[in-house]
Design a binder for this molecule. Structure first.
Ligand SMILES: *Cc1c(COP(=O)(O)O)cnc(C)c1O
Length: 383
């Protein structure tokens, strides 16, 4: 038996990592060239990064870094925040607030703007906060707050930040591919994503997209960036120099390219929106409460655990009896919610219906009475 046998064949319906398509997995198994020596790789890398750049409407440049999503968040903070810079941390959730720690780590003088945790960022109070506490050089914000299932209106937030001359760093890790993004049109400067969420590629690629303005800011930075792996300056002109900072994960990049090639972005956003609505209707009809009160995400739905039910027995039963996983809550949401990741390859009728049948069995066994069948409502809503 393979030592990794126990890791295979499970249904991953969590909000990232998501299920990987056979086509993408096959791309991982290629007998690839040496990425350090072969000029064909340099073009392949650039074309892949360009593809994502175009998909999200960026006029600047996109880099693919070797690491999961957090690497991009840290690289952006390391590269765009200089000691003493005033940084606005825009938060309505765990990831939003978490950004504050990265900014502080790189010398930022942060001000934390906190918005209602169950709603999208409140634009009016954000603008008031900036007027009172600004000026700021940089703002960090989260597009989709994965732990709570809330998608913030980054278009409107971008407008406010631009009106105040603030450079934006946007964590779009669980949004890109499933939510609309028009980076240049919306005036966003740094947009971060990763391979394992709505792109449904294996974990290991962090994407960093920089606007032309962000590139100029990066080039004109005064102090030295403390670090190498998280230093975005070293990527500047990689193509012309034919040089990468480290050996590129060619298998992961090939898989990511295969995943990108399978996505028609407008169609993908519509599909995500469609399944997200159906999942919400399904749980509401069965008597559940959704955690968000507005700004529901297209990619993940966060549902309050029924009174008296802990997450652990649900998780255990789902895994043991159905070889299936959903997400739980962490931090202030620990044991309060569960989350369904309906992003990327998870967003399809068959897998979601199978998941709902499994959840029904678990709820029934755990003594939770539903007002209506999850699977039946779901199928009725989407057909
Ligand atoms: C998944 C995710 C990240 C990256 O976390 P990983 O450690 O790569 O899983 C960052 N931000 C958000 C909003 C995410 O959903």
């Amino acid at each position: 038996m393979n030592p990794y046998q126990e890791l295979l064949g499970k249904k991953v319906m969590s909000p990232g990592p998501t299920q990987v398509h056979d086509r993408v997995r096959a791309a991982l198994a290629g007998d690839y060239t040496n990425p350090d020596l072969d000029p064909a790789f340099l073009d392949f890398y650039r074309d892949t990064a360009e593809k994502l750049n175009t998909m999200i409407g960026n006029k600047g440049v996109t880099y693919l870094l070797c690491g999961e999503g957090i690497l991009g968040l840290e690289a952006a903070c390391a590269s765009f925040i200089e000691p003493g810079d005033k940084v606005l941390t825009i938060s309505n959730g765990i990831f939003g607030k978490g950004f504050d720690g990265f900014s502080t780590l790189y010398g930022g003088q942060t001000s934390l703007f906190e918005s209602d945790l169950r709603k999208g960022i409140d634009l009016e109070s954000l603008e008031t906060f900036i007027r009172e506490k600004g000026p700021f050089k940089v703002a960090t914000l989260v597009h989709c707050e994965t732990p709570s299932g809330i998608t913030n209106d980054v278009e409107q937030i971008g407008k406010i930040l631009n009106a105040h001359g603030i450079l934006s760093i946007v964590d779009s890790v669980s949004a890109l591919g499933g939510e609309e993004m028009a980076m240049a049109k919306w005036g966003l400067d740094v947009v971060l994503c990763a391979s394992q969420k709505a792109f449904s590629s294996p974990v290991g690629i962090s994407t960093v997209s920089l606007s032309e303005k962000a590139l100029a800011v990066l080039r004109n930075r005064k102090s030295t960036i403390p670090g190498f792996y998280a230093n975005l300056q070293i990527w500047d002109g990689y193509y012309e120099k034919q040089w990468f900072p480290y050996t590129q994960p060619i298998h992961l990049i090939a898989a990511f390219r295969e995943a990108l090639d399978g996505i028609q972005i407008e169609e993908s956003v519509l599909k995500h929106n469609y399944f997200a609505q159906a999942i919400r209707e399904t749980f509401l009809a069965a008597g559940f409460e959704l955690y968000p009160q507005d700004s529901f995400a297209n990619t993940v739905t966060t549902i309050c655990l029924p009174q008296g039910l802990d997450f652990k027995p649900l998780q255990d039963r789902l895994l043991e009896n159905h070889q299936t996983m959903v997400g739980g809550g962490f931090d202030m949401l620990a044991n309060r919610i569960f989350r369904i990741g309906h992003m990327g390859e998870n967003a399809n009728r068959e897998d979601l219906t199978t998941l709902l049948v499994a959840l029904e069995e678990c709820f029934s066994a755990l003594g939770v009475t539903l007002k209506s069948s999850l699977a039946k409502t779901f199928v009725a809503v989407i057909d």
